[in-house]
Design a protein around this ligand. Structure first.
Ligand code: 1GP
Length: 248
């Protein structure tokens, strides 16, 4: 079964997916491997690997290899550029930053990376990436025209554009480490407009089960957490808290 089909099946049978994001630039590959193992024990569904800066080349390959040695969970690339492609991943979020001002983040890196994705046989999962205030590092790096927190209609417009362009997943991103995640009102409006088939991913600033649960209740199909895994001493318990809060 493809990774996309596995994720969609989890949404169908368990209500929502939890994704753990590991940034290869934040720790050694060995530590990344043990973080993934603990996240798997806590019940996460897949490991995303990527980051806005310093997440390519050997460090990316070695991080993926270490993660693979410690868990059987699917690994999904979360690239910032064509340099974020690796032969060692199962899948890649093949994403376009729809509200960027820079063509490099909308189509050019995608074109440069596509032949590698094909050559490596990595499964491409099409995704519309939309950055909401405050946007953080990725908002700056991706030169995003940030969608105001209180303007759900603008997020809906971009999400629908992504759906009509054939993207299967819509990712609402507040930026890694954001003080607050995307609002439940925005998540609800986007989910209602794109419908059941198009999956809505929410990430950035999610730190507790309570918040993750509220976002899923509002309409999120998948929740991404990254920073919290780097900050807590007991990774397994924190992931369990998040997973328990979003599963049916
Ligand atoms: C960043 O949405 C992800 O791209 C995760 O954000 O690090 O705040 O969990 P956090």
């Amino acid at each position: 079964m493809s990774v996309e089909a596995q994720l969609n099946n989890i949404v169908k049978t368990q209500g929502a997916v939890h994704l753990t994001l590991i940034d290869p630039d934040s720790q050694s590959p060995v530590i990344a491997g043990s973080m993934a193992e603990l996240a798997a024990k806590g019940g996460t569904d897949a490991i995303m690997v990527g980051g806005s800066t310093g997440a390519g080349g050997t460090v990316l390959d070695q991080t993926l290899k270490a993660i693979k040695e410690h868990t059987d969970l699917p690994t999904i690339l979360f690239p910032a550029s064509a340099g974020g492609v690796s032969v060692h991943a199962d899948a890649i979020f093949f994403m376009s930053l729809l509200n960027s001002r820079d063509v490099n983040y909308i189509t050019a890196n995608q074109a440069m990376g596509a032949p590698l994705v094909k050559k490596f046989g990595v499964e491409a999962i099409s995704m519309a990436y939309i950055i909401i205030e405050p946007g953080g590092t990725v908002g700056w790096v991706g030169d995003a025209r940030l969608i105001p927190r209180k303007k759900p209609a603008l997020a809906v417009a971009y999400a629908l554009a992504g759906k009509y362009m054939g993207m299967h997943y819509i990712y609402l991103e507040a930026g890694s480490g954001a003080e607050r995640p995307v609002s439940t009102a925005m998540v609800g409006a986007v989910k209602q407009s794109v419908g059941e088939e198009t999956k809505v991913i929410v990430g950035g600033g999610i730190r507790t089960g309570e918040i993750a649960g509220m976002l899923v209740k509002a309409g999120a199909d998948m929740i991404v957490t990254g920073t919290v895994v780097e900050q807590v001493s007991d990774i397994k318990s924190k992931i369990s808290e998040l997973v328990d809060a979003i599963k049916q």
